[in-house]
Each structure stands twice: as structure tokens, then as C-alpha cells.
Design a protein. Structure first.
Length: 428
């Protein structure tokens, strides 16, 4: 069991006239932690209401805080949290955060907060919760128990008013806090925003894979915004009684009505260079026979920015070893019952004939008359199975959009998080 000690701060005393805080437990399609989240809020002595992403905002007029729950919003299509963070609801939540309302997000909720820009610096895509990886090695989906401890002071954020360690479950495939911006790292340290860290049972913080199994930088388990009223945490305190002090802290923060200090200016975005990709000796573009639901969802997110855009999404493989034919005969890499394949080698395109198991020439390039981008995650953990020097990624073939529209940062950020991936322009 987790060892958590909690001392009520001397500046707080119970007042029967204090309004019981009401928390909106916010759910997007694909979330699955609503029941335990409602329970955790109520165990802490707060009222909880269930709010679907498309419910009327009128239901939120008397709400004191928000809890973005775990699960897999929109099935993590594109990447975890990307689609939900671009929902119109977040225009409202940004206003609520600036007004000092508490907003917490656990696991998928944390991913959504990072993608929305509310974490870490209130605005802009400054970090990523990237795929779990230790060094260059993928560790896959993690479903285990970890220890965390508050590392930013008891009064630093809405959920940090407890001491000791907390034993909590994690269940995520994309939980690695990371950023490529050294100014963000400097700001997080200067502002004491690394609110929770992975540790061992005695409270010793370490980024050793045994302690921090997802590879999170600086062993970060949770981050708060500059004001302390928005908190993103990857473990699940709502799934165990060990986590109750986390929510008790939230209640006290709201009841003491901490006044928000002046809003800190957000750091400018780093330039995002889209380099031109040179075609590899052999490249495979794998699509689906049936409707690609991820493709359709990413397209809908893009249509909020470019209504005329039409998207085709393909899996990309550039093997440094073997032949395309040998790869396409490997069921773990290509399923002929569900997928189609086009191969480029020597500058020419070929279609894979699944019946005759051979390559047939294609007259035109499938990339013709398009703006085509390749997203490659860092590290490229998918390339391991193809051999040393191989590369993998996701190919986005975009039509109905101009070059100028496609290079807008808000559009590029739908395709990739620049702190965990690169984007390259592919030629036909």
C-alpha cells in the first residue's frame, strides 16, 4: 500500500458556510475512467457532475473545477490527446484556466492538456507525451504500478498538498514527457513546475527504467502550469484509495480560493523546419482496404483549419535490408486481407498484386498533385523489426490545400508534435 502522510495546512480551517466545490468530470468519445473519476472526486468531499464534450456549456456555469479523465479519446487517432485538444470546448477551458479555475487531467487527460497548450506554459505546443521509450528502445504499452512523490512544494499546485510517496497504477503507451525546447526546460525548473516525479518506495527520485519505465525526461510524472491551477499527471490516483490525498488537495485549493497571480508570458514557438526528403532506395506505402478511421478523424481535425482538404494516410516503410517482396509476404508487417501496398524503387512506382504475389508497374505516382508529408517519430522504434538503417513513419497525402495553407503551424501540429516527431516533404 502507498505511504502517504498528509497534514492540513494551518491557514485552513473548515467553515460550514464554505460552498462544497463542484467538479465537472469531462469525457470525450473513447474515455473509459469516468466511474472511478466521479468516485474519487466524491470521496474527497466534492460534488461531481458528468459532462460530455458536446453537452451544453450552461451545465458548467456553477462549476469550480474540471477533471479530464483517462482512457483513449478518439482512440488516440493521430496521437494521444491530439483530436480532443482541438475541440471547440478548449476555447472555453482556456478562459476558465485564466480565470483561476482548477483543471486536472490524468493519463489521457494529461495528454489532452499538453496537446491543448494549457500544460506547461498556458499556450502553445511546448511539450509532448510521446511513445514510451527508454533510449532508442520501445517499451510498448505499460500496465503496472509505480511510485510518485510531489517535488514542487505543497502549495505549488492544486494537487500537491501532501507528503511522502503514493503507489499508483499506470496504463499508457504514450506517457513520456519530453521537449526539444531548452527554454521550456529552463522555465519548468525556474518556475518549479515539475510537480510530481517517479520515485522508489522510499521516495528517491530516479530516471532509471525500473523507477521511470516510460523514459520520461527528468523522471517527470506530472507537471503544473505557471499558476498551479492546471495539472497533468500520467499515473491514475483515481483508481486506488492510495490516491485520495491528491483529490483532497484539490478540494482545499478550491476552498481557499487562491487568487491567480499575473499571467506569465508564454515562450515563442521554435521555428519548425520542414526539410525535403530524398527518396530511399526502396519505400513501401501501405493503405487499408476498408475505411481508415484514423485517416478520417485526422482529416476532420484538419478541416477545422482547411475545409477543402482531402487526406490519404498511409503507413510508410523504408527497409535498408531485404526486398519489398519479402516484407509484403510477412504477415506481421502487411496483411493482404486488410491492406494494399504500393512500392517505390528506382524512382518508379509499383502495385503489389496480392494474388500473384508480385509487383506490377503503376503509370502514375500516388503522390502526384499533392502536398505529401512524412511524420517520423523520435526515436524511430518501429524500424527495429526491419533491420539496421531502416526507417518507418506515417505518410499524409494532402489534396485540396495550397502550399501556404499546409505550412501554417496550426496545421502542421495536427500531423505531428514537433517535440517527439519530425515532418518531411516528400516528392512524387
Amino acid at each position: 500500500m502507498g505511504r502517504v502522510s498528509i497534514v492540513r495546512p494551518t491557514f485552513f480551517s473548515y467553515n460550514l458556510n464554505v460552498k462544497t466545490p463542484t467538479i465537472a468530470v469531462v469525457s470525450f468519445p473513447g474515455n473509459n475512467c469516468e466511474v472511478e473519476s466521479l468516485g474519487a472526486v466524491r470521496r474527497a468531499g466534492m460534488e461531481a457532475i458528468f459532462f460530455k464534450w458536446n453537452d451544453s456549456r450552461e451545465l458548467l456555469k456553477d462549476v469550480d473545477g474540471y477533471f479530464l479523465v483517462g482512457g483513449f479519446a478518439y482512440e488516440d487517432r493521430g496521437r494521444a490527446g491530439m483530436v480532443a485538444a482541438r475541440d471547440p470546448l478548449f476555447d472555453f477551458l482556456h478562459e476558465e484556466a485564466q480565470a483561476g479555475k482548477v483543471i486536472i487531467g490524468n493519463c489521457n487527460g494529461a495528454q489532452v492538456l499538453v496537446e491543448s497548450g494549457l500544460i506547461p506554459l498556458d499556450h502553445g505546443l511546448k511539450m509532448s507525451l510521446a511513445r514510451n521509450a527508454v533510449g532508442s528502445q520501445a517499451v510498448g504499452f505499460l500496465n503496472e504500478w509505480v511510485w510518485i512523490t510531489p517535488t514542487a512544494g505543497r502549495d505549488r499546485c492544486a494537487t500537491s498538498d501532501w507528503t511522502g510517496t503514493m503507489h499508483l497504477p499506470i496504463a499508457h503507451g504514450e506517457g513520456r514527457f519530453t521537449t526539444k525546447d531548452p527554454e521550456v526546460i529552463q522555465a519548468l525548473k525556474a518556475n518549479n513546475q515539475m510537480a510530481f516525479s517517479y520515485c522508489d518506495a522510499s521516495g528517491k527520485v530516479s530516471d532509471d527504467p525500473i523507477t521511470t519505465p516510460n523514459g520520461s525526461m527528468f523522471a517527470i510524472a506530472g507537471i503544473c502550469n505557471p499558476l498551479g491551477n492546471v495539472v497533468a499527471l500520467m499515473p491514475h490516483p483515481e483508481r486506488t484509495g492510495n490516491g485520495d490525498p491528491y483529490f483532497a488537495s484539490m478540494k482545499r485549493w478550491i476552498e481557499t480560493k487562491k487568487a491567480p497571480p499575473p499571467v506569465m508570458q508564454s515562450l515563442p514557438d521554435q521555428p519548425w523546419k520542414i526539410s525535403k526528403r530524398t527518396a530511399k532506395a526502396q519505400e513501401l506505402f501501405i493503405g487499408t482496404i476498408i475505411t481508415n478511421n484514423e485517416e478520417r478523424t485526422v482529416e476532420q481535425a484538419l478541416k477545422r483549419k482547411i475545409p477543402s482538404l482531402k487526406l490519404t494516410q498511409l503507413k510508410y516503410l523504408a527497409p535498408a535490408q531485404g526486398t519489398p517482396e519479402s516484407i509484403l509476404r510477412h504477415l506481421s508487417l502487411f496483411n493482404p486481407n486488410k491492406e494494399t501496398a504500393v512500392v517505390r524503387k528506382g524512382g518508379a512506382f509499383f502495385r503489389w498484386d496480392t494474388v500473384g504475389k508480385k509487383l506490377l508497374p503503376l503509370k502514375d505516382s500516388p503522390l502526384k498533385d499533392s502536398v505529401t508529408l512524412l511524420r517520423r517519430d523520435e526515436p524511430d522504434t518501429g524500424a527495429t523489426s526491419l533491420g539496421k538503417g531502416s526507417e518507418t513513419g506515417v505518410c499524409y497525402i494532402c489534396r485540396g490545400a495550397s502550399e501556404e495553407e499546409m505550412t501554417r503551424r496550426e496545421v502542421l501540429e495536427v500531423f505531428a508534435n514537433p517535440h517527439a516527431s519530425t515532418l518531411e516533404r516528400m516528392t512524387a
